[in-house]
Design a protein around this ligand. Sequence first.
Ligand SMILES: Cc1cc2nc3c(=O)[nH]c(=O)nc-3n(C[C@H](O)[C@H](O)[C@H](O)COP(=O)(O)O)c2cc1C
Length: 304
Amino acid sequence: MNTDVTLKTLKLTSPVILASGTCGYAVECADLFDVSRVGAFICKGTTLEEREGNAQVRIAETASGMLNAVGLENIGVERLIKEKVPLWQKFVKPVLVNVAGSDIAEYVAVVSKLSQIWGIAGIELNISCPNVKAGCIEFGSNPAMAKELVRQGRMVCTLPLFVKLTPNTSLVAEVASAVMDEGADGVCLINTVRGMAIDIKGRKALLANVTGGLSGPAIKPIALAHLYKVRQVLGKEAIIVGGGGISSGLDAIEFIMTGANAVTVGTAFIQSPRAPVEIQQGIEDFMHKEGIKNLSEIQSVIIK
Ligand SMILES: Cc1cc2nc3c(=O)[nH]c(=O)nc-3n(C[C@H](O)[C@H](O)[C@H](O)COP(=O)(O)O)c2cc1C
């Protein structure tokens, strides 16, 4: 039995990928769990300049999930290259960089700086962050804008290029097709679902940003439905990384059966540092019980 997956030129020994914004800059995770058991890491959304993110309160617990409006706090691309990439060059697992921007020029500038450097396994273009004033989700909700962004990004990107999609639009499949047409190596879905919570004593929104992104088990059915649609539209060969609310190996199996080549784990890891390894173990246990030798045997099986 093996759990290897191939995402174009990126070869992973596990389909479990730590989701952007939930695993810091990956190397910190080595103190928390056996990182050799997972496939890859995607670091925090990175912009051209360092960003402080939104004001507090930025995080709230909800029934079966969490709301966040961190607002892309990050160290900026120059510090990332200087401080983090040398660590990734020695790290046991591939690290992809999640790239965000407020306009096409910013995305392209960040991608082209990263493309020239050894130690980065790929790029995840974040066109789906719901918590910033400009850029990001604007691209993810508009197929024409997404297409132009990926066309220009692809021209400067020599690394595997994935695009992270938002569920906060009725055009998810159209955006997925548009970015694949422009040469993206795959799509990742979903980012968080726009949500809100109220501080009833204070008579105001709980988050300083008013709205935030909902993640965790609450969004799993939403993620599966989008994955199902996007897999149908893109066909069996396209690379799709699925995620949203995965907290067990069996959740991951549901995503793989619905069309994911690999899966991301975010909130479950924030809740428990054991989650990524337990999810990998759960996948292996299921494969063992069902006599599955290779994950490709069950990948997309529910798509007719
Ligand atoms: C605190 C927090 C920060 C996040 N930051 C980013 C980010 O910088 N870039 C991004 O593309 N997604 C970001 N996400 C979204 C996650 O990568 C993931 O897509 C989402 O949380 C759904 O998966 P989950 O339910 O497994 O957490 C963030 C999520 C959380 C909870």
